[in-house]
Write a protein that binds this ligand. Structure first.
Ligand SMILES: Nc1ncnc2c1ncn2[C@@H]1O[C@H](COP(=O)(O)OP(=O)(O)OP(=O)(O)O)[C@@H](O)[C@H]1O
Ligand SMILES: [Mg+2]
Length: 380
């Protein structure tokens, strides 16, 4: 991200958290030298598998957990000695944590009451917050009389009524069913755009992260593997972990074949494909072996004899023969597993828009084809 004019909304500098090991065991490094710069008004997501340190990172930003090392700045101010209630942030938790005996309106007003905001202002702000999450009609209900999605909205209203500069959300949609979850994803994104508040969102759901975020940090074992916008994360993963965690990926073994005049070529499929790659600062000589990755939806399938016409001008198409090992119809597309002569295999997702008679059965010989730019090198 470019250096902004003002301060970043949130900046982590080499932020680290170690927990003592249980029963005198090894300490656990939950967050390991994480550096991130989150811009004003950004929808920023921490994504990664269970235990990778997402919640711990969020709790340090909120002030519920103290870092072992590193610095944390919010709006350019060091937060080291600032308690949670002194930070311009609010948190929405997965379990909502609503007060069951209070009405919706009283739940939302609670924080303002604690801060001794006047009754008139309180009433006005609660009204606005409830209108934003479309709950004005249900203000007198109690949490038990609401659906999961409605309870989630109360939790949101309760956080935004405080007008935080940064909203922290820890798997806020985790308890909802898939359909409601999808609806709420879009609602949340619209709400964020409308309010202009910086959102730091935690999820282990890669589709959710891609749908909602301006930028995503993919974490593994306390370390940020890649931080970038959704398209870059999906199209240009920096390593195998990111390629594998976000969506589905094929991996093909490759070797550096030649480097001439600064141009490096690698061999795939035992030399059947020779592909130019950009080194991106990686030393080819020290790493003769690498992996080439390709997304299943970028692999084309054709009958064995059919020439692939209509190849994009100026883009080389790599072809190979294979045998269908598995074919699973998933509605929107069919997922094939195709064995290649080298013993490797490719997962192919073919959209169901073909003419009838164009789908393949187990045992069929097929031609697979991939455009050059869809074959991506992964170094290290
Ligand atoms: N209070 C604690 N004491 C000791 N270890 C902890 C503590 N809190 C978290 N950990 C450990 O730190 C690591 C990161 O935990 P964290 O809760 O941040 O993961 P997460 O990414 O939020 O996972 P999930 O998706 O399951 O919520 C885990 O190994 C966890 O067991
Ligand atoms: Mg967590």
């Amino acid at each position: 991200m470019d250096e902004p004019n003002g301060p970043y909304a949130v900046e982590l500098r080499q932020l680290t958290k170690q927990f003592p090991g249980r029963g005198g065991g090894q300490p656990v490094t939950a967050v390991d030298h994480v550096s991130l710069q989150i811009g004003q008004g950004e929808f920023f997501t921490l994504l990664g598998p269970s235990g990778c340190g997402k919640t711990t990172t969020l709790r340090m930003i909120a002030g519920f957990e103290l870092p072992t090392a590193g610095d944390l700045l919010i709006q350019g101010r060091a937060m080291t000695n600032i308690p949670p209630n002194g930070r311009p942030v609010n948190t929405v938790f997965q379990n909502y944590a609503l007060f069951p005996h209070m009405t919706v309106a009283d739940n939302v007003a609670f924080g303002l009451r604690v801060k001794r905001v006047s009754k008139a202002e309180r009433e006005q702000r609660v009204q606005e917050a409830l209108a934003l999450v479309q709950l004005s009609d249900l203000r007198q209900r109690r949490p038990a009389q609401l659906s999961g999605g409605q309870q989630q909205r109360v939790a949101l209203a309760r956080a935004i009524v405080n007008q935080p500069q940064v909203l922290l959300l820890d798997e806020p949609l985790g308890a909802l069913d898939l359909k409601l979850r999808r609806e709420m994803q879009l609602e949340l994104k619209h709400l964020q755009a409308h309010l202009g508040i910086t959102f730091i969102y935690v999820t282990h759901d890669q589709e959710e992260a891609l749908t909602m975020s301006d930028r995503i940090a993919v974490m593994q074992q306390g370390v940020v593997q890649q931080a970038a916008d959704p398209v870059t994360i999906y199209e240009h993963p920096v390593n195998r972990f990111v390629a594998d965690f976000i969506g589905e990926s094929n991996f093909l073994a490759a070797r550096v074949a030649a480097t001439t005049n600064g141009r490096t070529e690698v061999d795939l499929l035992h030399g059947a494909w020779r592909l130019p790659v950009s080194l991106n600062g990686h030393g080819a000589a020290s790493q003769p072996a690498l992996t080439i990755t390709v997304r299943p939806e970028k692999v084309l399938l054709a009958p064995p004899a059919e020439l692939l016409n209509g190849a994009m001008a100026g883009s080389k198409l790599y072809c190979a023969q294979g045998v269908v090992q598995e074919a699973v119809y998933i509605g929107t597309d069919t997922r094939y597993q195709v064995a290649l002569p080298t013993g490797e295999s490719l997962v192919v997702r073919a959209p169901n828009m073909r003419q009838r008679g164009q789908d393949y059965k187990v045992g069929d010989t097929v031609q697979v084809a991939v455009y050059e730019e869809d074959l991506r090198p992964l170094w290290g």
